[in-house]
Design a binder for this molecule. Structure first.
Ligand SMILES: Cc1cc2nc3c(=O)[nH]c(=O)nc-3n(C[C@H](O)[C@H](O)[C@H](O)COP(=O)(O)OP(=O)(O)OC[C@H]3O[C@@H](n4cnc5c(N)ncnc54)[C@H](O)[C@@H]3O)c2cc1C
Length: 439
């Protein structure tokens, strides 16, 4: 007989794990299937040359009201984080600006870009404050919104770096309203940090609590098919090397594999109604990202234990030196660096040239310092493992047109959220819809 669960979750990424935590906390018996040996998907780590190198995310929200933190708190799992709030540095052509820990971050950064012009700073800052209080339409892009208010290239380059590094897509790809929803969410008391011992440890801690409460997590187990009968999802067909094929039944199925993959696993487009397919097709782009991690014998920047956002490049957008933030990340005397780059247009098909330019810009920003660097990761994230499954502002709802089938992950983020927080927010919404239906 098929083993039965209340819910089955396909994929142990941030969205899948937060959904499992929430459903388990609500008293459900949940089964999580993860095809790889690891938990966390793009929020995990791999050990390379004795360093804990991220599989993707590096800045993780940790505000008590964040959807991530809520999921951990529900099972009393502490998040072993090193807080980085207020430790942002911005680099433009004319210099660098360290965000003031005492606050005033947005005004300060605008003033820096405008090279201390008080009058222009006040005027533009007031426009931002107004837009945060009266969210503008999504019909215009944030670039259009900004260019109506300033022609200053440094301001535009600053916000291009901000958008690409913190929102995963470029200035001209983000709807203006979504930019300001994100800005509202990520200001006013919001906190973020880096996981002290690597993202994988965070997910392992959550997994332990989930399983202690009676739910199950099977790694190295791939979902081959979502069983759909009479327009309703009722189970999954799974496969693992050890146990072969197995079928499991459940009241609800939550797919953390990305909206496109969910359609394939469910038997194809003909299983979904035209309204849902229209939403899926309306804006199907994923957001690629480049990841470069490397080791050096000396840090590229002395004493820098924060996050550097670049607004002086075409492709290089972000650098962190995890070894200077947490000593548990790399062996002593070796410095792990993680840099991100983005294509200037997220729809670019050929990423190679812009990836190579990201490496080139790293060298230009730190002349001569990379000569003896040992590269651990040089990755172009796209396809099934992108920066994000859908662009900020173009997310799909968590529900599908198949009854009892939900998507969770960064293709289904709540408005104003992206990345790990977006994935966790989708889990919150899907679980809310599931629990609302129950007596
Ligand atoms: C280089 C890079 C840098 C990033 N930086 C940040 C950052 O600093 N901050 C931030 O918040 N976000 C960041 N992101 C985005 C963030 O990592 C993702 O948005 C988030 O981790 C996605 O979570 P998810 O729930 O969509 O699941 P995913 O991470 O996509 O996980 C899905 C899981 O499902 C499994 N799976 C897939 N198919 C099957 C199947 N058929 N059967 C069983 N299992 C399956 C996969 O193996 C995987 O483990 C970054 C991403 C990248 C790539």
């Amino acid at each position: 007989m098929k083993e039965r669960f209340d819910s089955i979750i396909i994929g142990a990424g941030m969205g899948g794990m937060c959904a499992a935590a929430r459903l388990t906390a609500a008293g459900q018996r949940v089964l999580v299937l993860e095809k790889s040996p690891y938990l966390g998907g793009r929020c995990s780590h791999r050990v390379k040359n004795e360093c804990r190198v991220t599989t993707g995310a590096i800045m993780i929200p940790m505000t008590p009201t964040s959807a991530i933190r809520e999921a951990f708190d529900l099972l009393d799992v502490p998040m072993n984080m090193i807080e980085l709030t207020g430790r942002m540095r911005y680099r433009l052509q004319h210099g660098e600006y360290d965000q003031q820990q005492s606050g005033g971050g947005l005004r300060g950064v605008i003033k820096f870009a405008l090279q201390d012009d008080e009058e222009q700073t006040t005027r533009l800052f007031q426009e931002f404050v107004f837009a945060m209080e009266h969210i503008p339409s999504d019909r215009n892009t944030f670039r259009e919104w900004l260019e109506k208010r300033t022609g200053n290239d440094d301001v535009i380059n600053l916000f291009q770096g901000f958008c690409a590094a913190l929102m995963g897509t470029n200035l001209h790809e983000i709807p203006a309203g979504e930019f300001f929803r994100f800005l509202v969410n990520s200001s006013r008391g919001s906190r973020f940090g880096m996981v002290a011992k690597g993202n994988g440890e965070l997910m392992e801690a959550l997994a332990e609590a989930i399983q202690l409460r009676g739910s199950r997590i099977l790694t190295r187990t791939s979902c081959r098919e979502i069983v759909v009968e009479h327009g309703r999802a009722s189970g999954v067909l799974a496969h693992s090397k050890d146990r072969g094929e197995e079928t499991f039944a459940a009241n609800d199925i939550l797919s953390n594999t990305g909206p496109d993959r969910t359609v394939i696993l469910s038997g194809g487009r003909e299983k979904f109604d035209t309204n849902y397919l229209a939403k899926l097709d309306r804006f199907p782009h994923q957001a690629p990202i480049f990841h470069i991690s490397f080791l050096t014998d000396a840090p590229l920047i002395e004493d820098f234990d924060g996050c550097l956002v670049f607004g002086n490049n075409k492709n290089l957008i972000y650098l962190e030196i995890p070894s200077l933030i947490s000593p548990e990340i790399s062996p002593s005397g070796r410095y792990l660096h993680t840099a991100f780059g983005a294509p200037t247009d997220a729809t670019t098909k050929n990423l190679t040239a812009e990836f190579e330019n990201t490496l080139h810009e790293l060298e230009l920003n730190f002349p001569g310092k990379l000569a003896s660097a040992e590269f651990l990761v040089k990755a172009k994230h796209s396809g099934q493992s992108p920066g994000m499954h859908r662009w900020a502002g173009y997310m799909l709802p968590v529900s599908t047109s198949i009854k009892n089938l939900f998507n969770v992950g960064d293709g289904n983020a709540a408005p104003g959220t992206i990345g790990t927080e977006g994935a966790a927010s989708s889990a919150k919404e899907a679980v809310k819809q599931i629990l609302k239906r129950q007596p």
